[in-house]
Design a protein around this ligand. Sequence first.
Ligand SMILES: [Fe+2]
Ligand SMILES: [Fe+2]
Length: 209
Amino acid sequence: MLSALDQLIVGFDQGLRTLSGTLRPGRALPGDSLPDPDMSDAERLHAAGLMRVNHSGEVCAQALYQGQALASGNADLKAALAGAAREEEDHLAWTEQRIRELGGRTSLLAPVWYAGSLAIGFAAGKLGDDWNLGFLKETERQVEAHLQGHLDRLPESDVRTRAIVEQMKDDEAGHADMAGQLGARELPLPVKLVMKLTAKVMTTVAYRV
Ligand SMILES: [Fe+2]
Ligand SMILES: [Fe+2]
């Protein structure tokens, strides 16, 4: 069992690695054998913008999971969070790789997304395991719906980006199911709406900056 100080050091290290883009994916890039299609400059810019949003979302996911794990005293819950967070590391690395392939860059505001999400995750974790899991489940469900929205908006021909987003969507659905099985509480509707609104601000800004 790690002491609080150990956890802080591990968390700080993880934060640095998240923001510096040095996390290595545990799984191969989905669709890695697929060709990079011919797309117009506008299409590539659009796809890179959407993937910058998704990369920012994954920076948030890292911070939320860390904040939630730091705040919880439940070892089983911490282990479950760590397992899902490893899949989020893959998402982080995959989105970053695809942004580079598309000739784009990650969000300049990544440290802001990280710090804000860490605070939100920690606050959720302090509300107790059932609310903590409820927040996690709702976040994952909203991300799943958001990724479906991206599949609707991405160029049909961009099979490489689409393969990554499809796999991420599947993983997020798995995280939501996990949270449900562990005893997630259903969040009140106003809380869900505030979460949606907060995410909307982040996704709108990250598409551009
Ligand atoms: Fe993710
Ligand atoms: Fe997730």
